[in-house]
Design a protein around this ligand. Structure first.
Ligand code: ES4
Ligand code: ZN
Length: 324
């Protein structure tokens, strides 16, 4: 691992906290909660992390998180991620969670968010690590479920900065969530959405125009649309790109074919993120290292990617100066 990458102060803007659940913790929580898994042990579970596409990953991702039951479970998962990020010199992190994936199993919204929030506060206190929390709607579910989730979040508004949109992209276009996003905007949330991961460039346009998002999660499909590229560059719309995720979910066939360097050279505000690090083979430093090894990106380019993360994050200008 490059010392330059290890020492670089980093910001993470695209991290699903449920995707940070390592097999060892999945099994520890299963034992604690008396749950029997469909895998014999940790290595059998890890062996199943061989994905063909987004859906084959999502099936295992939702199965893995079923061991999360108590507030302490959500604390332990979040704490483990934050400790790992702190060791990798991640100074600030904006974290997604999927409330519907838990409330649909009977785990109350309050249990989920209280456990996550307590770990974020502890990291702020112990390590000076700042964070923001983003609740993500599952786009394979009806819009009415997203709107119901907004209602359940009302008592916890102070702990939440934004809303996002994730899960199966194809066939679940941004327009499906227009009303939910309009409501979220009225309630003062900042808006992001996954778009252009497996979906077409038009979904990136629609997330910007119909939902009014300020950042695009993934957005790598923009590389196939010159007019969209020019607009994203002109407006400095941040893309939270996840290189190892794109490789493991076969969005690209090889890291050498990843569009990151072209997007950066075209003037887009692209950032590096780990997405679901327990499933995709690496946390932040491994994602930077993959860009250096696979694309030959220079230390100067990696520094620009890290600075784009600072530009794109939701800290105040004063807080941003304290990061570096
Ligand atoms: C996700 Cl990589 C990815 N794409 C869409 N939804 C997700 N949820 C968790 N990881
Ligand atoms: Zn994601």
């Amino acid at each position: 691992m490059s010392a330059f990458i290890e020492q670089l102060p980093k910001v993470e803007l695209h991290l699903h906290i449920e995707g940070s659940l390592e097999p060892e913790l999945v099994f520890a929580l299963a034992r604690r909660n008396g749950i029997t898994l469909n895998y014999a042990d940790e290595s059998a579970l890890r062996a199943a992390y061989d994905f063909d596409d987004l859906q084959s990953f999502l099936d295992i991702y939702y199965a893995g998180m079923s061991v999360l039951q108590t507030e302490q479970d959500f604390f332990d998962m979040t704490h483990a991620y934050l400790q790992r990020a702190h060791r990798e010199n991640v100074r600030h992190t904006e974290i997604f969670f999927d409330p519907q994936a838990h409330t649909d199993r009977g785990v109350p919204f309050s249990v989920v968010i209280t456990g996550i929030h307590r770990a974020l506060e502890q990291a702020r206190h112990d390590w000076g690590m700042s964070s923001r929390l983003i609740m993500s709607f599952l786009r394979h579910l009806p819009e009415a479920s997203a709107i119901d989730t907004l209602r359940q979040a009302e008592p916890f508004h102070a702990w939440l900065t934004g809303v996002g949109l994730d899960s199966a992209e194809r066939g679940n276009p941004p327009e499906k969530f227009r009303r939910a996003y309009a409501l979220a905007r009225e309630q003062g949330y900042r808006l992001v959405a996954h778009a252009g991961e497996e979906g077409p460039p038009q979904y990136i346009r629609d997330a910007l125009e119909l939902l009014g998002v300020e950042r695009i999660d993934h957005g790598v499909a923009a590389i196939a649309d010159d007019a969209l590229m020019a607009e994203l560059a002109e407006r400095r719309v941040p893309l939270t790109v996840c290189p190892l995720s794109n490789l493991r979910l076969r969005v690209v066939n090889a890291m050498a074919e990843h569009p990151m360097q072209k997007l950066l050279q075209a003037g887009l505000c692209v950032t590096v993120n780990s997405d679901d690090p327990a499933y995709f083979g690496g946390y932040m430093n491994a994602n930077y290292q993959a860009l250096q090894d696979g694309l030959g990106m220079s230390d100067g380019e990696l520094l620009r990617l890290a600075m784009n993360g600072v530009e794109a994050c939701w800290l105040s200008p004063e807080e941003k100066t304290l990061l570096l």
